[in-house]
Design a binder for this molecule. Structure first.
Ligand SMILES: C[S@@+](CC[C@H](N)C(=O)[O-])C[C@H]1O[C@@H](n2cnc3c(N)ncnc32)[C@H](O)[C@@H]1O
Length: 376
C-alpha cells in the first residue's frame, strides 16, 4: 500500500491513468506466466534467466498477495506471447488503484452489462446461469472487495480482448528493444513511459542510459511504487534510469533530457508506445522533428498507432477536447482518434528509413500497428 498518495490522485484524474490500466493488463499475462512457469523450458529469449528465476520464486512465495489463484486467467491469455513484468503488480496493488477501477466500473456498468448480455447470447453461458443486472453488479462488487487485485474482476467482464493486444504489444516491443541493444544501442528514450519497466527487466549493462519521460505526477508515483519493488525483486538491468518529468506537448523536454546527460550524437532507441494518440497533431509533428534532430547514426524509433476505429468498447468511449489541468500543465484527458498517423510516412518524414519493420495485431476491433525505423 502506497501511503502519500497525492501524486496518485493526479495520475488517476489524468491521462496518466491509462498507464495503470495497461500495466494492470500486463499483470494478468504475467500472472499466467508465473503460474505456468516450469523452469528452463520457458526461457524468454529477450529476458534474463536469473532475474526471472528469482522474481518468480519471490512471486510464488507471496502468491496470495501477487498472483490470484484464478483458473480463468488461463483462458484469457495467450501462452505463446510470453510476458513477464513482475513489477506490474506493485503499481496496481494499492487501495487507490482499486478505487479507480471501482469508479470506472460504476461509471460504465450499463455498457458493461450490455456487453455481458451480448456475449451470453453469442457464446452461450459463460457463467452457470445468466445474471440480472443487480445480481451481476453485486457479484462484481463483491469480487472487487474480496480480491486484492480488482483488475481480475474487471478484466473478466469486459476487457478480455485487450489481454491479447497488450501481451502482443509487450512481447513485440521487448524483442525490438533487445534487438536494438544487441546491435549496440546504449541510449534509450521512452516517451510517455507510464508504468513501463523494460529498463528494469531487460538485462542492460551499466553503460546504458535510459531517459523516461512523462508527467511529473506519473513519474513520482512510479518511483515511489518501485522503491519497495526493486528491493524485493532485484532488476535484471544495471543501467542508469533518468526520470525526466515533462509535458511532451511543449518542446522543452529535449532540454530536460540534455540536462540529465542525453547525447544527441549517439545512437538512440526512441519508443513511443501507447502515446501518439493522446497527443494533438502539432505536438506529434514537433515531437517527430525533435527526435529527427537529436538522433545519432543508426538510431531507431519505435512507434505505435491504431488503424481501425470501430470503437465498440466502453473504454474507448472518450470525449475529445476534454482537457485537465495537472501539475501546471494542460494534458489531453482523452484519446484523439481524429488523428490519422501513417507510420511509414511519419518515420520517413522524420529522417528514419521508410524500409520499416511493421507488425499488426489481428482479429481485434481496434488494430494496433507497430513500426520501427532506422535513422538514415
Ligand atoms: C497508455 S499510457 C502508455 C504508457 C507506456 N508507454 C506503456 O505502454 O505501458 C500513456 C502515457 O503517456 C503519458 N502522456 C500522455 N500525454 C503526455 C504528455 N503530453 N506529456 C507527457 N506524458 C504524456 C501518460 O501520462 C501515460 O503515462
Amino acid at each position: 500500500m502506497i501511503e502519500n498518495n497525492s501524486d496518485l490522485k493526479y495520475v488517476l484524474d489524468s491521462v496518466g491513468k491509462t498507464a495503470l490500466w495497461i500495466c494492470a493488463l500486463r499483470s494478468v499475462s504475467t500472472a499466467y506466466y508465473c503460474l505456468n512457469y516450469d523452469g528452463a523450458a520457458d526461457n524468454l529469449e529477450s529476458n534474463n534467466q536469473d532475474f526471472e528465476n528469482r522474481a518468480i520464486a519471490y512471486l510464488k512465495e507471496k502468491k496470495d498477495l501477487f498472483i490470484p489463484n484464478d483458473p480463468r486467467i488461463a483462458s484469457i491469455v495467450y501462452p505463446e506471447l510470453k510476458v513477464f513484468d513482475p513489477y506490474s503488480f506493485y503499481f496496481i496493488s494499492n487501495l487507490d488503484t482499486k478505487e479507480f477501477i471501482m469508479e470506472f466500473y460504476e461509471q460504465y456498468f450499463e455498457e458493461i452489462y450490455k456487453l455481458y448480455c451480448e456475449r451470453q447470447s453469442k457464446v452461450g453461458t459463460i457463467h452457470p446461469r445468466s445474471f440480472s443486472k443487480e445480481e451481476l453488479k453485486q457479484i462484481q462488487i463483491q469480487k472487487f472487495k474480496d480480491n486484492f487485485h480488482p483488475i481480475y474482476s474487471w478484466v473478466d467482464l469486459w476487457t478480455t480482448h485487450m489481454i491479447y493486444g497488450i501481451s502482443f504489444r509487450t512481447y513485440l516491443i521487448d524483442q525490438m528493444f533487445m534487438n536494438a541493444y544487441q546491435q549496440g544501442i546504449k541510449q534509450f528514450v521512452i516517451l510517455g513511459s507510464g508504468m513501463d519497466t523494460r529498463p528494469l527487466r531487460m538485462p542492460l549493462d551499466s553503460q546504458c542510459k535510459v531517459f523516461e519521460l512523462d508527467f511529473p505526477s506519473v513519474l513520482s508515483f512510479k518511483q515511489r511504487a518501485l522503491e519497495p519493488a526493486i528491493k524485493e525483486i532485484k532488476p535484471a538491468s544495471d543501467c542508469k534510469i533518468n526520470f525526466c518529468p515533462c509535458d511532451l506537448s511543449d518542446g522543452n523536454w529535449i532540454e530536460t533530457i540534455r540536462s540529465q546527460g542525453f547525447d544527441s550524437e549517439r545512437s538512440t532507441l526512441w519508443i513511443a508506445e501507447g502515446l501518439l494518440f493522446y497527443l494533438d497533431q502539432s505536438t506529434i509533428t514537433k515531437l517527430g522533428n525533435i527526435v529527427n534532430n537529436n538522433s545519432g547514426a543508426k538510431s531507431k524509433f519505435i512507434i505505435h498507432t491504431f488503424v481501425e476505429k470501430s470503437l465498440d468498447s466502453p473504454c474507448f468511449n472518450y470525449k475529445k477536447d476534454d482537457s485537465l489541468k495537472i501539475d501546471g500543465n494542460i494534458c489531453k484527458k482523452y484519446l484523439d482518434f481524429t488523428i490519422d498517423i501513417d507510420n511509414r510516412e511519419f518515420l520517413s518524414n522524420n529522417g528514419f528509413s521508410s524500409n520499416i519493420e511493421e507488425h499488426r495485431e489481428i482479429g481485434q476491433s481496434l488494430i494496433s500497428v507497430y513500426s520501427i525505423g532506422t535513422k538514415l
